[in-house]
Ligand binder design. Structure first.
Ligand SMILES: [Zn+2]
Length: 515
């Protein structure tokens, strides 16, 4: 249940006030539990040990890519030297060097990949896999795509045992690749005050955790030009979004902006700015202004002008982030079918209309991927999920009325339902219906283990990965991951969000649930 969101928001504000002490240019120190266990490791005698700077050779395919930048930055910091990358030629140097590139960039890299082909998955290393080959004389980092070279460089640097000066990397061969393709996090962006922590998250923690997708729930906290009256609070500018996108590109993270559509138009006594500035869109305008007795307001999916306004907001966020995907939210819609326009139409049809209208714009007109929460498509009784993680208000039948190319974020936060251990039947159900599904867990390691275990059992091209939801701002997340903010305590906050994020990231990459 998401009713905890307000507490998370307050914690986020607290965390912003207690800005964590961030480490030096080398980035936040990586914790032992964040080091991935590679799928293939072969040890070798000795180490690649340098007291003076080794040559940095970068393959032609990576010349314009940020993949080698972590390597370059580490070398510059350790050797206090400008490390201009050189292009490798046929004859490799006799002095110590690090060569990073794709197979086609050098015969030595091609040979390294060929030598290990038999042990790799059927399709090879994939877009994010890499091979490291370390001898006392040199290091090779080979990959199929730039993202793999980036993760290879990070993995190499994490093996470095030198304290402050030089490099000491134990010799051996490492081949690794992620089991799950989309390793994501969802968070709330409520203010420009979140920006420093968002930058830290994108540049340090997501790469460490090997997460490659970040859903930014922005809602009305953006300075909309088409509808300035809908902008709420200290909102992000277009330049802020572009800056975040640049950082994300540099760290191989895809940003997915999000507006919670249809439902969640209020939270406790606060009504969000869309319905405040456009009360004509309110599905229940007669409900008390302080929202007493209701969970969240909804907009009316049948109002003839709602789409024009919402599409303009979506377009602005998509353009600001140059986004290739958009998340429309749509969870926990309880108020539906009440206004004179909607009354008499089944809730499944009203919900499907809202989904189809958004799909027509996001996928049809803008040619983007569309994501949404999956709960309204699930039958709360048949699945035993209840009325929060699934629907008891007649919307479940909408699943057969919407296009199958929507990616369904299937959030489930409990570990048992109706007294029995959770089996999360929706992960399979959505795939059987033809949808791609993104299982989404939250704040306890047990929930994360059980849900990712279910995802791994149901692997197919319709199971895209694992999504860590946080219901927090970046300050709370960075504070939690760095240890500068204690994990929230208390009945409603049971669990340990940073530990749950770490566990999910580890399982998504390694593909093993463990104990
Ligand atoms: Zn209506």
């Amino acid at each position: 249940m998401r009713r905890i969101g307000r507490v998370g928001f307050l914690l986020a504000l607290l965390a912003v006030a207690l800005q964590p002490l961030l480490s030096d240019a080398q980035g936040a120190p990586i914790k032992a539990e964040d080091k991935r266990m590679p799928k293939i490791t072969e040890a070798r005698e000795g180490a690649f040990r340098c007291d003076t700077a080794p040559a940095l050779l970068v393959g032609k395919s990576l010349a314009d890519s940020p993949a080698f930048l972590p390597l370059q930055e580490r070398l510059q910091s350790r050797f206090q030297a400008t490390m201009a990358p050189a292009r490798p030629d046929g004859q490799l140097p006799g002095s110590p060097f690090i060569l990073i590139g794709l197979a086609q960039d050098h015969p030595a890299l091609r040979q390294l990949l060929a030598d290990h082909q038999a042990k790799l998955p059927k399709g090879g290393l994939g877009p994010e896999g890499y091979i490291l080959d370390i001898t006392p004389a040199r290091v090779l980092i080979a990959a199929s795509q730039p993202a793999g070279a980036f993760y290879g460089a990070l993995a190499l640097l994490e093996r470095d045992t030198a304290a402050e000066k030089g490099l000491t990397i134990p010799a051996g061969t490492v081949a690794d690749w992620p089991t799950m393709g989309w390793r994501g996090m969802h968070l709330l962006v409520n203010s420009r005050a979140d920006l420093p922590n968002l930058e830290t998250l994108i540049t340090e923690y997501l790469p460490q955790l090997r997460l490659n997708q970040l859903i930014l729930e922005i809602n009305y906290h953006f300075q909309y030009r088409s509808h300035p009256e809908i902008t709420e609070g200290d909102a992000l500018t277009r330049d802020d979004c572009r800056h975040l996108k640049e950082l994300a590109d540099k760290h191989f993270v895809r940003l997915i902006p999000m507006i919670n559509c249809l439902g969640h138009q209020s939270w406790a006594e606060h009504t969000a700015q869309l319905l405040k500035s456009h009360p004509e869109f309110d599905e229940t305008p007669d409900y008390p202004a302080d929202n007493k007795g209701i969970y969240c307001r909804s907009w009316c999916p049948s109002h003839p002008d709602i789409n024009k306004v919402v599409f303009a907001l979506i377009d602005e966020l998509v353009d600001a982030f140059d986004a290739k995907a958009f998340h429309v939210g749509m969870d926990e819609v309880f108020i539906l079918g009440q206004c004179p326009r909607c009354k008499g139409t089944e809730n499944a049809r009203l919900f499907a209309k809202a989904v189809n209208d958004l799909h027509g714009h996001i996928v049809g007109a803008r040619k983007l991927q569309m994501l949404m929460w999956g709960d309204r498509f699930l039958d709360g009784d048949a699945t035993k999920y209840g009325e929060w993680e699934a629907s008891k208000n007649g919307t479940a039948a909408a699943i057969d009325l919407v296009p199958k190319d929507i990616i369904l974020c299937d959030w489930h936060y409990e570990t048992s339902y109706g007294g029995a251990p959770a089996t999360y039947p929706s992960v399979r159900l959505f795939q059987d219906k033809g949808f791609r599904v993104w299982p989404s867990g939250w704040r306890t390691e047990e929930n994360v283990r059980m849900l990712t275990g279910c995802a791994l059992q149901n692997q197919s091209d319709r199971m895209v990965g694992y999504l860590a939801t946080t219901w927090s701002g970046a300050g709370n997340i960075v504070g939690g991951l760095s240890g500068s903010v204690p994990p929230p305590q208390g009945r409603e906050n049971r669990g340990d969000l940073p530990a749950a994020i770490r566990k999910g990231a580890q399982i998504a990459w390694e593909g093993k649930v463990g104990t």
